[in-house]
Design a binder for this molecule. Structure first.
Ligand code: G3I
Ligand code: 9MR
Ligand code: ZN
Length: 534
């Protein structure tokens, strides 16, 4: 018995009337060359020809594009082809408001150290017990911050990336989406970050229990916590993030803004007088690592962000020296030619694009040739991403599919949207929109990767509160397919699958189905920037 929806993949949240509208159809016996758009009565309201099939190495099947961009009537439809029918396709305005609210509400529900009031997901304050300061006999109590992901750890590297994305989203959606106070939510994480800074300006890498707990609600993880050693990555991310964030609070709370900036400068001063300190878990700690053996991008981000606040040209000079040194000393690994040592990125492990974007927004503070060079670097990255998208069966930006791939395609969409801001070239805007289509349903799993949204969405994420309640918290973007098969469930169920099918909606698959604050945050940014809230 064929499943009517199995071959047609659509953005399950909806399409903007005036924008490009693509559905994807995986080849099947007798697949015709045309498709129809049908209204809720089954009446054909639009017919079109399928594009040429593309069979790429990410999905290993021939996939056709069904382009219905020139149909702009608002309403609910289905894409029909050869007896198969898609999930409902909505065309209209303001289709993203509920999704946007739910992916933002995830942060409020993830708050640590204070009571969370929610009928289903609420709980008393958690993780208020003392923490060992690793390597000393001292203890401290550090409350606040968001739980990182499916676990309850609180990691500086993850929190700072999240804040950057949410604040950049706020710049585009703050006025449109007044139902959710992004600045207030981000302030909750900033207040926690301030507690993570040591007297000398260094920043502790994370605070968590020594080991991951079972699938219980947060208040039942009562084991001893530990404040992990300081790291250059955490200190530099802290400096760059808090300097950038300080501008957002200057009007509403100058004292808080000044506190953020002072802490950023103190972190920078620590960086200036200390060699790189690469984090890796001490043997007693087995929670998340966020290890990073290249912190030139973090140092660059910090210098760029503080430069535009202080106008101290020596900082700009040092930032550019870091960038040029990395490019000059680039050693291409023949086994991994894609792994460049310097390219603009918004990922948690390579935050260089935040620095470059901050500089490009302050054109008047840059020598013109530097502005042109940085603009050229973003355009080069965008052109490469667009060429990958054009050759991809599902128009995605993956070159490889690894842990957190759904967050990665949203980060790549951020690069495209920055390039669009710089050039007005619509290919970049459209390429970013395709990444949103992909995570919301235009994928070979035929799933909306955001829990509680869309017709067929992720139900069993690797997320402790959801696992404990055996129901799913809405508004969380699953990490998505990962060809690395880095957990037992993935290895047992996905071996032999093509990369984009290396996903299983199973609570045990943390490498393909966990959720994370810094996978939701680029999604928040992309929706806000595409203007889908209007
Ligand atoms: O960057 C390389 C890429 O160049 C290469 O092509 C690819 C395939 O080999 O691997 C990529 O590296 C992967 C990296 O994620 C990319 O960010 C590593 O294989 C992969 O092991 C690494 O996984 C990280 C995972 O922790 C394990 O360390 C995820 O990024 C990171 O999101 C995840 O973070 C966890 C926290 O530790 C704990 N809290 C949950 C959170 C989400 O799962
Ligand atoms: O739940 C943990 C998840 O947050 C991490 O991303 C993942 C990788 O570090 O580890 C998960 O914890 C598992 C541990 O690694 C192995 N034993 C089972 C734990 C729960 O799945
Ligand atoms: Zn907690």
């Amino acid at each position: 018995m064929k499943n009517k929806t199995e071959h047609i993949f659509v953005n399950q949240i909806g399409y903007a009337p005036a924008e490009k509208k693509l559905a994807f159809i995986s080849n099947f016996d007798g697949c015709p060359k045309e498709f129809n758009l049908c209204d809720s009565t089954g009446k054909v309201v639009y017919s079109g020809k399928l594009g040429d099939g593309i069979k790429d190495a990410l999905c290993e099947e021939e996939v056709f594009c069904a382009d219905f961009s020139d149909f702009s009537e608002e309403g609910s439809f289905t894409v029909c082809c050869g007896g198969f029918e898609s999930y409902p396709v909505k065309i209209g305005k303001n289709l993203y408001n509920d999704l946007y609210k739910s992916i933002l509400n995830y942060y409020t529900l993830s708050r640590c150290g204070e009571e969370v009031s929610d009928k289903k997901w609420g709980h008393p304050a958690c993780h208020t017990v003392e923490a060992d300061i690793y390597g000393t006999d001292l203890k401290t109590t550090i409350t606040g911050g968001w739980h990182d992901a499916g676990d309850y750890g609180r990691y500086v590297v993850a929190g700072t990336k999240t804040i950057m994305d949410l604040l950049m989203a706020y710049e585009n959606s703050g006025s449109v989406y007044s139902d959710f106070d992004i600045l207030d939510e981000v302030r909750f994480e900033l207040e926690w970050l301030l507690k993570m800074q040591r007297e000398d300006g260094a920043v502790y890498h994370k605070i968590s229990c020594y080991h991951f707990c079972g699938f219980v609600f947060p208040q039942f993880e009562t084991e001893k916590q530990v404040l992990a050693p300081v790291s250059t990555a955490a200190t530099a991310d802290f400096a760059g993030c808090l300097a950038f964030a300080s501008s957002f609070y200057e009007n509403q709370d100058k004292a808080f803004a000044d506190k953020l900036m002072a802490a950023a400068l103190k972190a920078q001063s620590y960086l200036d007088s200390n060699e790189d300190n690469f984090y890796s878990n001490p043997k007693e700690i087995t929670t998340g690592g966020y290890g990073d053996m290249n912190v030139s991008d973090e140092r660059y981000f910090a210098l760029c962000s503080i430069y535009v606040k202080t106008k101290d040209e020596a900082l700009l000079k040092r930032a550019i020296e870091i960038r040029l040194k990395a490019i000059r000393e680039e050693v291409i690994d023949p086994k991994a030619p894609w792994r460049r040592t310097w390219f603009e990125s918004y990922s948690w492990g390579n935050v260089s694009a935040y620095g470059t974007e901050i500089l490009l927004r302050n054109k008047e503070l840059l020598p013109s040739e530097l502005y042109e060079e940085l603009k050229g670097a973003i355009i080069t990255r965008a052109e490469k991403i667009v060429s990958v998208i054009n050759a991809a069966s599902y128009k995605t930006s993956h070159e490889r599919v690894f842990w957190g791939s759904n967050g990665m395609v949203c980060d790549e969409a951020h690069i495209l949207l920055l390039a669009y801001d710089l050039t007005g070239k619509k290919d970049y805007f459209d390429g970013a929109a395709r990444q949103l289509d992909y995570v919301l349903g235009c994928n070979p799993i035929n799933i909306c990767y955001v829990t509680g949204n869309g017709t067929n969405s992720v139900k069993n994420p690797h997320h402790r509160p959801s696992g404990a309640l055996k129901t799913v918290m809405p508004g969380m973007l699953s990490g998505g397919p990962s060809a690395g098969l880095q957990d037992e469930v993935a290895r047992n169920n996905l071996t032999g699958q093509p990369p984009l099918k290396c996903f299983i909606d199973h609570v045990g698959s943390y490498s393909t189905n966990e959720v994370a604050i810094y996978w939701n945050s680029p999604l928040v940014y992309v929706i806000a920037k595409l203007g889908y809230l209007k």
